[in-house]
Write a protein that binds this ligand. Structure first.
Ligand SMILES: [Zn+2]
Length: 288
């Protein structure tokens, strides 16, 4: 009886020892395959999915009950000029997209290329989807800086304010969507995430500005209204741009080929160069 007990205890010890030896190996195998699986899924995961995860991580709760006090084109935090005393001017062109804004002013863009005039281009997602190849060509040209002009081209409001008859976003979450939807599209196509944002209509409240800043971008408007939504004649565009001073940011449009913008820009670029001005990108500039 005693021998049988000893044998049973011995067998139990053997079995337990074997399990202890096997278990860690199994764990290691499981862990390895899991890590490999994650690595594989990381590689095939597109950047859009990754950054949607990032979006969820941003805490918008602190903005939910904020009541904005300002509404307009130059509210607190919106940049309108380069902080400089030098004779530099930044030309910026919006590509607004949508039913009345999907044109492409190739004459204008060809002029900028031929004359080597650097320009910062703000693209709306609707325009990019309509002209993907043209967008990629412009993005590949170091003369141009590619920035974010929104997903649906709406004013940025935490409570649904309107501008120019267009209803704005109505919550911090919808602001995030308006900014990050197009941000991910541009990043996926160019490999670079924009650092500047300009809303459709260029209207904001100051809480929206804070949210965009927390999303990692500065909001850039303008101090020179260059073509008034591409409604100016060529001579009006010409005269408006001549109003630029040291560090000015000029707002123009590259999506209305039938407008006076291209001709006005051609004249103004020549005149301003004759006055000693240089055209610059906004990248790396101290904005105010
Ligand atoms: Zn626009």
């Amino acid at each position: 009886m005693k021998k049988i007990s000893i044998v049973i205890v011995f067998l139990v010890w053997i079995i337990t020892a074997c399990q202890t030896m096997i278990e860690p190996e199994r764990d290691e195998v499981d862990l390895d395959s899991k890590e490999k699986g994650e690595e594989t899924s990381d590689k095939i995961e597109d950047p859009v999915t990754e950054d949607e995860d990032d979006q969820v991580e941003m805490d918008l709760a602190t903005y939910e009950n904020r009541q904005p006090l300002q509404w307009g084109e130059s509210v607190e935090g919106v940049k309108t000029r380069i902080n400089t005393d030098e004779k530099v001017i930044a030309l910026t062109f919006d590509a607004c997209g949508g039913p009345f804004g999907n044109g492409y002013d190739e004459e204008l863009m060809n002029f900028l290329k031929e004359e080597q005039v650097p320009a910062t281009l703000f693209f709306n997602e609707r325009w990019i989807k309509e002209h993907e190849q043209a967008f990629l060509d412009l993005a590949n040209n170091p003369l141009f800086q590619i920035e974010n002009h929104g997903t649906d081209h709406v004013p940025l409001s935490v409570n649904g304010q309107s501008a120019w008859g267009i209803k704005g976003t109505d919550s911090p979450v919808s602001i995030q969507h308006e900014v990050m939807g197009n941000q991910e599209t541009i990043k996926a196509l160019t490999g670079r995430a924009p650092t500047l944002f300009r809303s459709g209509t260029a209207y904001y409240d100051e809480v929206a500005v804070e949210i965009v800043n927390e999303l990692g971008m500065e909001i850039v408007n303008f101090d020179v209204l260059g073509d008034a939504g591409a409604t100016y004649s060529a001579e009006q565009v010409h005269q408006a741009i001549l109003g630029a001073t040291n560090g000015s940011i000029v707002l123009l449009h590259m999506n209305q080929p039938d407008s006076g913008t291209a001709m006005g820009v051609k004249k103004a670029v020549q005149d301003l160069r004759d006055k000693g001005f240089t055209f610059v990108l906004l990248e790396g500039m101290d904005l105010k």
